[in-house]
Design a protein around this ligand. Sequence first.
Ligand code: NAI
Ligand code: MG
Length: 358
Amino acid sequence: MSHRIAILAGDGIGKEVMPEGVRALEAAAKRFGIELELEPFDFASCDYYLEHGQMLPDDWHATLSQFDAIFYGAIGWPDKVPDHISLWGSLLKFRREFDQYVNLRPCRLLPGIKSPLADREPGDIDFYVVRENTEGEYSSVGGTMFEGTDREVVIQETVMTRHGVDRVLKYAFDLAATRPRKKLTSATKSNGIAITMPWWDKRVAAMGQHYPDVNVDQFHIDILTANFVLHPDWFDVVVASNLFGDILSDLGPACTGTIGVAPSANINPEGTFPSLFEPVHGSAPDIAGKHIANPIGQIWSGAMMLEHLGYKEAADAIVAAFEAVLAEGDTRVLTPDLRGSGSTQALGQAIAERIAAG
Ligand code: NAI
Ligand code: MG
């Protein structure tokens, strides 16, 4: 069976790290006998916008629906196109209209990378943040009245549905059940947000009934953020609403060092629509064109994509390859953010060779 992958490199360093992400994918596909059809597109970039006046062609939904997954670089070039236009005109459309209701981010301290947290070593930080990606606090229910007067009032409602919450909880419990520690932590705030959050807690407890092997605990979001910093070793799978997950999914990877290595996935678990895999970082205009961007975030996102498509062994081989290259610590190969003098291409090449060698 062949898998069709849409390649959207985007802007800035997206165009530099994407070829290395593809190189790693191709090396893994060759070694594990996976058939991938990779098809690049020039839309979802600011250059496309300048030419066409929109980020995406009118038929983008039909075009991309035919693919098994979307491999995405980074978008944005604020000097040419305002960020709200580039992001809302592309990435956020994909997340919503392809119902990618799980935002998944691994937080894992890698060999050779110094955590900003003191005395932490690889193995101490190894967990996932599962963020609800479609509803919750980021709703369009609300409005403004009496604007510009003393009576001005602004309301934005949190919307949580049983459908929306249960499906992301199920995803998180399923993930926890596959992990050695089988532990799930729920981010709550039922002491302060006294309607939706106690209800969220009840849905967590109800879902937990189906997973007797998974250990469940919960923290209020305030102390949870503190514990990410103080006790990152406590966590295995952390599930959170849209807003809490947004915060945790930046804090978690930040605890593991450079932003250049962090990957993410926007998943439609049922496969009704393609899922999207992208590095956490943006287009980095400050270093674009210098060929010094770290390609590991892109490469790791590719590994998550292979795992999503059912190739866990190939995904693990990619992760093992960049871990080995990082552990070796050859400064001629590592990029400057890793205190090396290597290029995007040199690091990508070293990882691809390691994947091929097995
Ligand atoms: P950014 O992630 O692009 O850059 C932040 C800092 O991290 C910069 O100093 C950059 O040089 C560094 N950095 C980022 N990726 C790196 C890598 N792979 N290797 C080494 N260093 C790296 O975030 P910023 O500057 O806030 O945003 C720039 C543009 O990217 C904006 O247009 C923004 O909207 C967009 N953006 C897009 C995202 C996406 O496509 N999902 C996510 C975040 C930002
Ligand atoms: Mg964020």
